[in-house]
Design a protein around this ligand. Structure first.
Ligand SMILES: Nc1ncnc2c1ncn2[C@@H]1O[C@H](COP(=O)(O)OP(=O)(O)OP(=O)(O)O)[C@@H](O)[C@H]1O
Ligand SMILES: N[C@@H](CCO)C(=O)O
Length: 324
């Protein structure tokens, strides 16, 4: 958590009794060829309620994903992000009560860390006085800098499809409307793979022809996702990350390969190991669900995976303040 650049004077203390709830969607980054650039918000959510208190100390409770494994003190990712954001604005708190209900599984490629960062930054922003708040561009940059790349935080903040980039250290993003017939279907294994270790498997450089081929597919993918979903299979072909990471997620790599051979637009979601199919219409989504389930059954591992048909989350994170 970066706190450099924070206040040079003693921080002001936020009033106790403030109460805010933030709900943030899961996101699937990369979508094949859009490494560190493309991301899609989907209908699975983490929700945190944050209350400032006059009782000193930090109290954290977690239900759902991460319960029993994430820390319950100031090192909790949402708390750490929230306190860092307040500190950067010149504020602190006396006491804090955070209650999290998580549906996004951790370390599976569905943007759980981005969701936690967005939750912490948005909660802090809502608790701050209006004049100390970040604007939309500041929120995107701040969350992206904390996550290290913008492709999950951008759709988590704004919803739908996000196309993101970085210029001279500044992260930016535009939102694009996904074609209404696109349905995301995911197969989530019960094993985790940290993004950090998956990034460690990538080469420092690729051949020029590889980069050129990938650029063409990324451009095609945006057309397929927004205008012509019949091109999704060809548009989701990646050359930059999936093959390099396959040794760390062999069952996912096998499922991906066999789904693509059968004509499904399957990709590794984020850094994996979840497999995402982008289906063109509800019938195709049902076929993808069935194909995933059958292939996992044939491999004798269906009980270790969850297959879910999701929707595209159009609006992104929601913040609700409560009067007390
Ligand atoms: N809601 C949360 N509360 C606290 N910590 C969290 C939360 N979500 C994620 N984390 C932390 O982030 C880690 C997972 O982050 P990681 O970047 O490895 O995977 P991911 O974000 O789920 O996947 P990807 O970045 O590929 O989409 C967890 O192990 C946990 O330490
Ligand atoms: N673009 C990121 C997404 C996961 O955080 C990666 O693949 O490493």
């Amino acid at each position: 958590m970066q706190v450099a650049g924070g206040p040079r004077t003693a921080p002001r203390t936020l009033a106790p009794g403030q109460d805010v709830t933030v709900s943030v969607p899961a996101t699937s980054a990369n979508l094949g060829p859009g490494f560190d650039s493309l991301g899609l918000a989907v209908t699975l959510y983490d929700t945190v309620r944050v209350r400032t208190s006059e009782n000193e100390g930090i109290f954290v409770e977690v239900a759902g994903e991460g319960a029993g494994s994430v820390p319950l003190d100031s090192s909790h990712l949402v708390v750490r992000t929230l306190l860092g954001t307040l500190n950067n604005a010149g504020y602190g708190i006396q006491g804090l009560h955070l209650s999290a209900e998580n549906a996004i599984p951790h370390g599976r490629g569905l943007g759980s860390s981005a969701s936690a960062i967005v939750s912490g930054v948005l909660a802090a922003n809502s608790l701050l006085p209006a004049e100390a708040r970040l604007d939309a561009a500041g929120l995107l940059h701040s969350c992206s800098a904390l996550e290290g790349h913008p492709d999950n935080v951008a759709p988590a903040l704004a919803g739908d499809l996000a196309i993101s980039w970085e210029t001279d250290g500044v992260f930016r993003s535009v939102r694009a409307a996904v074609h209404p017939s696109v349905v995301p279907v995911v197969a989530i294994p019960d094993v985790e793979l940290s993004t950090e270790s998956a990034r460690g498997l990538l080469p420092a450089t690729v051949a020029h022809r590889t980069a050129a081929a990938n650029a063409g597919r990324a451009a095609l993918l945006i057309h397929a996702l927004t205008a012509d979903p019949s091109l999704l299979l060809e548009g989701t072909r990646d050359a930059l990350h999936q093959d390099f990471r396959a040794p760390a997620m062999l069952p996912s790599a096998r499922l991906l390969q066999s789904l693509r051979s059968d004509g499904f637009a399957a990709v590794i979601s984020g850094a994996g190991p979840t497999v995402l199919c982008l289906a063109d219409g509800e019938d195709a989504a049902r076929d993808a669900e069935e194909a995933m389930t059958e292939q996992l059954q044939a491999a004798g591992s269906a009980e270790n995976w969850r297959v879910l048909r999701l929707g595209v989350e159009r609006d992104g994170a929601r913040v609700e303040g409560h009067q007390r």
